[in-house]
Design a protein around this ligand. Sequence first.
Ligand code: FES
Ligand SMILES: [Fe+2]
Length: 363
Amino acid sequence: MAFDFAIDPDVTVARTLPSAFYLDPDVHALTRERVFARTWQWLGDLDDVTLPGSLSPREMLAGHLDEPLLLSRDAGGTLRCLSNVCTHRANLLVPAPCRAEQIRCGYHSRRFDLEGRMTFMPGFEEAKGFPGRSDHLPRVPLAEFAGHAFASLAPAAPFEDFIAEMRTRLAWLALDGLRHDQARDRDFEVAGHWALYVENYLEGLHIPFLHPALNQVLDMERYCYHLGRYGSLQLALARDDADAFDPPPGSIDHGERVAAYYWWVFPNLMLNFYPWGLSLNFVQPLTPDRTRVSFRGYVLGADRTGGGAGTGLDQVEIEDEAAVQSVQRGLRSRLYDRGRYSPTHERGVHHFHRLLCEFLAEA
Ligand code: FES
Ligand SMILES: [Fe+2]
């Protein structure tokens, strides 16, 4: 389909995406191929693939891309991302995390080494030109950051371009020390379009009205937005004595009491850094009006209970979901089509919409 939505580059005159963007199933399908297949998708952490000879199956963006992938660490310690689909007749290869010297298909026993090369196949003695290039497992571009794996089927740009600003600004934080805390994990299903969930995340304009408790601990007068090429940062400073980071000398934020770094990576990942650690939010489109959001918690060092922006996250989530679901219903109105952006507080939303149009417009 032709995609002809456009967003004016000038936020002071621009109008938001039209309702059809959120409601049209064809746009949803187009977004899957042009946005999600071309950006970096979170595959989870690397906790079960630390040892040589580890295999761990990962579904890329379950419910939307549904691409069966396999993280494989070979005997020499190199980590790769391979297709988890047998090159013979497409049987799924590895069903659960394990350690192995080779990958063996359970259907007709085709074997691959941990780099994905086909090494053995019964019954193919008379096959000509076998094995060929397409009999080996396809490799998928893989990146690692803070103990997490990211992959892209057809990356529009290198992973570093998506996270460069975050890596620089948080260089003083010991991200290697992050440890998974399952007690903080949550999965929510929201009756709304995935982009509505992202837009809501990208603006602090609603904080005083929707989140009274959060509003108590943030200095909303100095809340600010930093836009990068494929992501953005909302820098939230602490009010009064609320729990905060104290960035060291050399950090651009030295001298400030930072309540939270809210980083967003286009299109569907949020990395929220609080003094206690990282709350990772992964947004997964299911249908045009249904979205799954997974929260995963990673703690830094010793237990820390602060009472700042990083606490009460469940309550904030309930408040945000109610707004997203209300907007979803409003979008069906025949009397609404597009709105305008707040130039002070919705530049991040505008930036997101511009990126969507950029990706969707490309042939
Ligand atoms: S499908 Fe894997 S060996 Fe046949
Ligand atoms: Fe919110």
